[in-house]
Write a protein that binds this ligand. Structure first.
Ligand code: AKG
Ligand code: FE2
Length: 325
């Protein structure tokens, strides 16, 4: 990964908005049209917006409100649920705690990680499975309920998107059903302070990176700041917030599955709004033991696979290691 030269800023995102309500339609042809729209987006930048996703505004608002209440507390209180205390990578991550772009400054964001709630004596936790364990819950009224309700709703929505991706690849609609069974998924709350005017030139909210897992569904506030790399024109595109939508992007695992036909695209965040920015990515990585290998119809005769087969768990371990050195 390199830092990008000659960055320009396009006026609009040039990313499609896909109405996914038809993925829930009884008519298989209606569902297939969504797959076709996803295919075009995935062959291009691997970033698209989804509309009519079915997640209630009130639930999104509860997530934003309680996240803000958490982040507004003094650092010492936030550190009581420091991620460093968790073997499952759950809890608070202080400002500059991650460096997503290896050659750049640490990220100007603070975060909070939530995953599936598993007791210390759960066999999967005892076996040391990656990112498995209990959450750390802060003492913020309404926080846990909002996050658990939202997490459950996002698991369902992610499985629906995976169904759309199967259609987009001309696979049976349930092709990813095993992958979607009892999945690894992480809800991440992010808070970006305003970018200081005199910031070091390489300081960003999130350094340029690709996402590690399967798919990411991003809820962002109205402040903007997410930028997506446009390979063809060598420029950064602003993924401007569109009310009522999620930004969906493909992670490295999908590139692996499709032998790079589908893109896991570089993106970054620079909060130039002058305001506090909040965003909530949901990372859907799938069943830990699931084997990720090149999908047969993504290999032309004579073409060889760019990546060896691996499991979800191994892939995630390898990718995490790189940004938390
Ligand atoms: O906050 C955002 O808009 C994007 C965050 C992101 O790319 C990430 O957490 O991987
Ligand atoms: Fe990302």
């Amino acid at each position: 990964m390199t830092t990008t030269p000659h960055a320009q800023y396009a006026d609009q995102a040039a990313l499609p908005v896909i109405d996914i309500s038809r993925l829930r339609a009884p008519d298989p042809w209606a569902r297939r049209t969504v797959g076709e729209a996803m295919r075009a987006a995935c062959l291009d930048k691997g970033f698209f917006y989804i509309a009519n996703h079915g997640i209630p505004d009130t639930l999104q608002k509860a997530v934003f409100d309680t996240a803000q209440s958490f982040f507004e507390q003094p650092l010492a209180i936030k550190l009581a649920v420091d991620k460093a205390r968790s073997r499952a990578n759950r809890g608070y991550e202080p400002l500059r705690g991650q460096t997503l772009e290896p050659s750049a400054a640490p990220d100007l964001k603070e975060g909070f990680y939530i995953g599936k709630e598993l007791a210390e004596d759960d066999p999967r936790v005892l076996a040391g499975k990656f990112n498995h364990g209990p959450n750390q819950w802060p003492d913020v009224p309404g926080f846990r309920t909002a996050m658990e309700d939202y997490y459950a709703a996002m698991l369902e929505l992610s499985a629906l998107i995976m169904q759309g991706l199967a259609l987009s690849l001309e696979l049976p609609e349930d092709y990813f059903a095993d992958f979607c069974h009892d999945p690894l998924a992480i809800l991440r709350l992010l808070h970006y302070p305003p970018q200081p005017a005199q910031a070091a030139t390489d300081e960003k909210g999130c350094g340029a990176h690709t996402d590690f897992g399967g798919i990411t569904l991003l809820l962002q506030d109205e402040n903007g700041g997410l930028q997506v790399w446009d390979q063809r024109h060598e420029q950064w595109l602003q993924a401007t917030p569109i009310p009522g939508t999620y930004v969906v992007n493909l992670g490295d695992m999908i590139a692996r599955w499709t032998n790079n036909r589908y893109r896991s695209t570089l993106h970054r965040v620079i909060n130039t709004s002058g305001r506090e920015r909040y965003s909530v990515p949901f990372f859907y990585s799938g069943a830990p033991d699931h084997l990720v290998e090149c999908i047969p119809n993504c290999l032309a005769p004579g073409e060889s696979a760019h990546y060896p087969p691996t499991t979800v768990e191994q892939h995630m371990r390898d990718r995490y290691r790189l940004t938390y050195a």
